[in-house]
Every structure is written in C-alpha cells, then in structure tokens.
Design a protein around this ligand. Sequence first.
Ligand SMILES: [Zn+2]
Ligand SMILES: [Zn+2]
Length: 107
Amino acid sequence: MVFCSKCGEELPSNAYFCHTCGVRIRKGVEAGVSAPWMEELKESVYKMGQEIEKAFSIAGMEMEKAFKTAKEKIQESKKKKQLVCKNCEERNPTDAKFCYNCGKDLK
Ligand SMILES: [Zn+2]
Ligand SMILES: [Zn+2]
C-alpha cells in the first residue's frame, strides 16, 4: 500500500502522483515522471528568462544609443570651439565673424 507523503491519502500501488493533492510521490520520482504542471513551470521559467534577456538587450541597446548621442554632443561642442583665429590663435565659436580677442575678420 502506498500513501501520499503530503496528505496521507491511500493510493494505488502503481500511482506516480497523489490523486487528491497532485503531489508526486516517491514512485513517481523514482520513475522520473514529471507532472504536466512541472513542464509548464519549466517552460514559463524558460520563457521568463528569455523575456528578461530580451529586456536586458533592449536596455543595453538604449544605453549604447544614449552613450553614442552623448559622445556626438561632446564632439559637436568641441568642434564649436575649434574656430581658431589666424591672427592671435584664440578659439572662437564657429558662428563668430570676428575674433573676440583681437577683432580680426575670421573668414
Ligand atoms: Zn496527496
Ligand atoms: Zn584673434
């Protein structure tokens, strides 16, 4: 005679699972059978893992994009300071027409 280890239900000797509470009994464990809900659980955990991975890769891509934009902005702002006066070598904004240091025409 087999009894359920969880609820104590008397089970047929060929049972793998308890027909009352659904728990897998020792015979089921020994036979290596898994309940459908176990497979479902495994699958949902696997799917969740995939979703998390996807979310992380999207976050990574967004981060990369943000970094790239920030880098471009820094380079842009660097470029803006690159209008050098030929007369005094002072750096002027790119839209400057005359050097703010010596007054020389920058064109
Ligand atoms: Zn049971
Ligand atoms: Zn100048």
